[in-house]
Every structure is written in structure tokens, then in C-alpha cells.
Design a protein around this ligand. Structure first.
Ligand code: ADP
Ligand code: MG
Length: 320
């Protein structure tokens, strides 16, 4: 069953944290809310969870209405059957791994075969042998796995993730990203994931919803968002963008070529800066009236060098 949101909005004092918003979270899909800090992602997630009350709008799971301001329906958070994983993991410090994971089952009175269910969850997230430890005796990655197991053990219809990897250091974050997406796919969960990290969003999601200032700007598959941004903000927030005409005609760095190879469009500029990325060099090109462009090359160029680059019309994306 899809989760459907219609016209949901929220104002804090005088600040409109979320403008009237429509969203469909498709069953079995990994949907990500992506946007800069303060754009309203957490507010939207908390309203779906039932932890925050919308000023107006409606929300459904399949046919069932879980919130309607007009009809005065507001199903309590505890009865929505959604799992949640937070940035700070929010584990119970005085409970063992076993008890933390069992918590949701106990709270909902589903204690039949509790031990077997917890053991299966422990196996799924590869924490065997650590059942009797307390959260402070675990690494960040292990705590993250406990939080995940706890959120999914009740087989929720939807799991909500609020920046669950941002407290981890960079290397562990990459590892946990893969682990998390594999677990979500393995269990067949429907997920709504919040992040400000475009790499996370691009690599994990079936569907990305880009937000800015309390509003959804565009949603679609990662490839579509990257190749066909409908808004200058989307083009700039996701990947690197080069502009032939300010906020109108955009080109991605990988489509800038250093040899003509039959390409007719040539542009002249100067190398402004060079950074070594290991597998290639990333360069800022000063393109005069068109501003700075980003381009990649296999060899190191010299700052100040005059260059010519070639592009193909078909790779120029026009923002409507
Ligand atoms: P994000 O998760 O995208 O960083 P939030 O949804 O947390 O953004 O916040 C959106 C806006 O609403 C921010 O300007 C934030 O300061 C404000 N806000 C969020 N929660 C509250 C609250 N409980 N009271 C007042 N303002 C809030
Ligand atoms: Mg947030």
C-alpha cells in the first residue's frame, strides 16, 4: 500500500516550515527527501510518523485515512505501525541490545515467540554474540544496526529514517550506506529516508524528492533528477553544474571534452584551479562571461593555461 500525502502544511510561530505538500511514497520503494538543512525534511517526516500535527491536509495508507484536518482524524503515532531510525540512534542506554530490539514487540504486546524474533533480527543485522551488551559498549556502526533492527522487527508498513548515518565518520558511513540499502531490499521494506547528502540520496534511492525552503521542487528517479533537473537549484544541489546561460542551459562536467573528436562546439577559457582526486583531476575553468565551469581530465593542467573545450549540443540541458 502506498502512503499518500495531500496538502499537508506546517507553520511554527510565523515560520512556514512546510508549504502545502503532496507526496506519494510507493510501496516497496526507497524514497528520499533531499535538501539543505532547514528545508523542512524532518518536519514532514515527523508529521508522517504522527509526532507532529499538520496545520492542514490529509494522509493515507492505502485507503485508510491516518490524518485529516477537515475530518478531525489523527491516528496516534503508536498505532501507525511505522518504524523510525534517528540520527542519534536513540537507543535505551539502560537496556541491552536484546532488550532494545525487543522493545517494539513488547510495547505492542506481540510477545509470542519474542526470543526467536529478536534472534532472527540480531542475525539479520549481524550482531550475534553482542545481545547482552549495552549501547555504550558498541561501536557507532553496531549501534546503528541495533536501531535498525529495533525499527523493523515489528514489520512496519513504512520505515522512516532521519539522517541515520550523519553521526558516523566518513569511512563507516560509506560502509553502512551499502549495508542499510541491502537490508532494506532484503527485508522488502518501504522506506522514507531523509538526508542533506546528495551522494547518499543518489546511491540509495529509487525515488528522490528534492526540497528547498519548505517546498518540493522536483521528484523522480536519481538518473532523471541528475540529467533533467527542472529547477536551477536542483541542478546545483545535485552533482556539479556548468552554465552556458545563467540558470537556463546546463552541462555536466563529464560532457566536457578536451579533444574535438568531431564535436563542433568549441569554447575557450583558462585553467583557474586544479584538484587531484586520485582517479582524475578536477579543474575549475574560467569561461569568462559564462563564469566558472568544472571539468575532469586524466592529466594535470597548469593554472593559467589557455584551453579549448568541446561539447555536444545533445548534452546541453535546458531548464524550462
Ligand atoms: P530539516 O530537517 O530539513 O533540516 P526542519 O524540518 O527541522 O528542517 O526545520 C524546518 C524549519 O522549521 C527550520 O527553519 C526550523 O528551524 C523550523 N522548526 C522545526 N521545528 C520547529 C519547532 N518545533 N519550533 C519552531 N521552529 C521549528
Ligand atoms: Mg532534519
Amino acid at each position: 500500500m502506498d502512503v499518500v500525502i495531500r496538502g499537508v502544511q506546517k507553520t511554527f510561530d510565523k515560520l512556514q516550515a512546510l508549504q502545502p505538500t503532496d507526496l506519494r511514497i510507493k510501496q516497496g520503494q526507497f524514497t528520499t527527501l533531499l535538501g539543505p538543512s532547514g528545508c523542512g525534511k524532518t518536519t514532514l517526516l515527523r508529521m508522517i510518523a504522527g509526532l507532529e500535527t499538520p496545520d492542514s491536509g490529509e494522509m493515507f495508507i492505502g485507503e485508510e485515512c491516518i490524518f485529516s484536518s477537515a475530518r478531525r482524524i489523527d491516528k496516534p503515532a503508536s498505532r501507525r505501525n511505522f518504524g523510525m531510525v534517528f540520527q542519534d540512534f536513540a537507543l535505551w542506554p539502560h537496556m541491552t541490545v536484546f532488550e532494545n530490539i525487543a522493545f517494539g514487540l513488547r510495547a505492542s504486546g506481540r510477545t509470542k515467540q519474542l526470543k526467536e524474533q529478536v534472534q532472527e533480527a540480531v542475525r539479520t543485522v549481524r550482531l550475534q554474540g553482542l545481545e547482552e551488551r549495552y549501547p555504550h559498549q558498541l561501536s557507532g556502526g553496531q549501534q546503528q544496526r541495533v536501531a535498525f533492527a529495533r525499527a523493523v522487527i515489528t514489520r512496519p508498513q513504512l520505515v522512516l529514517f532521519d539522517e541515520p548515518l550523519s553521526a558516523l565518520d566518513a569511512m563507516l558511513r560509506d560502509e553502512m550506506r551499502l549495508e542499510l540499502i541491502n537490508l532494506v531490499r532484503e527485508i522488502g521494506l518501504t522506506a522514507l529516508y531523509v538526508t542533506h547528502d546528495q551522494i547518499e540520496a543518489m546511491s540509495m534511492s529509487d525515488e528522490i524528492v528534492v526540497m528547498q525552503s519548505g517546498k518540493i521542487l522536483q521528484s523522480g528517479k536519481p538518473e532523471h533528477i541528475y540529467n533533467k533537473p527542472e529547477h536551477p537549484f536542483v541542478a546545483k544541489f545535485i552533482g556539479k553544474s556548468n552554465w552556458l546561460e545563467k540558470d537556463k542551459r546546463m552541462l555536466r562536467p563529464e560532457h566536457i571534452h578536451w579533444h574535438t573528436d568531431g564535436l563542433k562546439e568549441a569554447y575557450s577559457g583558462t585553467i583557474h584551479s586544479v584538484s587531484y582526486l586520485g582517479d582524475r583531476y578536477e579543474m575549475q575553468l574560467d569561461m569568462g562571461d559564462m563564469g566558472m565551469w568544472t571539468a575532469y581530465h586524466q592529466i594535470r593542467m597548469t593554472v593559467g593555461e589557455q584551453i579549448k573545450v568541446y561539447i555536444s549540443q545533445e548534452h546541453i540541458h535546458q531548464i524550462q
